[in-house]
Design a protein around this ligand. Structure first.
Ligand code: HEM
Length: 229
């Protein structure tokens, strides 16, 4: 028997998918902007530090102090939490809707994409916590001086700290896989609902994810190889 409860539109499956899409797009926009900002490391120490300090001044004089930054941070946290809550509720509902329970829990629980999205999401979350302690608060950074963002980045990916580059690489690849699936879903919904449209959406999502990963990875590898020092 199927029991249908009346839910507010946002709690319906369609509403939750819209929450996932909107928050996913906001997070992807942040990732694009952050990646482009990081590439300024190739323009030299003065320019990169100037850019990083400018980030704290956006909105001035309309907004006092670092208000813009805090509005951005709040927006990011709300988007991440809403994205995770919506994903969890949708996954639980999908599981509950399965008509016959498995006698033994199958190895393949849900689609391949769904599983990588879940674990990929957890890896990304752990990475972001480490990353904030590393490059925002400076707690885990060998330099850890907020007034020297360039120095922090160079110290972070120094050759003797290759394991930091390795960890960043794994996390960025997780971001890439996560984004490829998210972008594919978005492009598929927006494009033609035909096998050709689906192929195009798959290709566009792959290109987007590869470009984003490359844009991020080039920074630690430039430091590791001495191109940026
Ligand atoms: C090689 C890759 C990356 C580098 C070199 C890098 C660099 C940085 C730096 C230097 C800061 C500090 C900015 C400042 O406070 O002056 C920062 C902050 C931040 N990064 Fe990254 N980042 C990378 C990848 C990522 C990725 C993949 C994510 C998300 C999944 C991310 C999310 C953030 C967030 C949320 C902040 C905090 C922004 C704030 O509130 O101040 N970063 N990053």
């Amino acid at each position: 028997m199927v029991i249908t409860k009346t839910r507010s539109p946002i709690r319906s499956n369609v509403g939750l998918k819209a929450v996932m899409a909107v928050t996913g797009i906001l997070l992807a926009l942040f990732l694009i902007a952050h990646m482009l900002g990081n590439l300024k490391v190739f323009t030299g120490e003065t320019s990169f530090d100037h850019y990083a300090h400018w980030l704290r001044d956006i909105g001035k004089p309309l907004l006092p102090g670092v208000w813009f930054l805090w509005i951005l941070r709040t927006g990011l946290v709300v988007a991440v939490v809403a994205h995770i809550v919506a994903a969890t509720v949708l996954a639980r509902r999908a599981r509950a809707a399965r008509p016959v329970k498995y006698a033994h829990r199958k190895k393949v629980n849900g689609s391949y994409a769904a599983r990588t999205m879940r674990w990929g999401g957890v890896i990304i979350l752990l990475f972001v916590i480490y990353h904030l302690l590393d490059l925002t608060t400076g707690t885990l950074n060998p330099v850890g001086d907020a007034s020297k963002p360039y120095g922090n980045v160079v110290a972070d990916f120094a050759p003797e700290r290759w394991y930091v580059t390795l960890f960043y690489t794994l996390a960025i690849l997780a971001v890439g896989f996560h984004l490829r699936h998210g972008a594919f879903s978005a492009f598929r919904s927006l494009g033609q609902q035909t096998p050709r449209g689906e192929r195009r959406a798959r290709t566009a999502a792959l290109v987007f994810a590869v470009l984003l990963c490359a844009g991020y990875l080039v920074v630690p590898f430039a430091v590791l190889t001495g191109l940026v020092s």
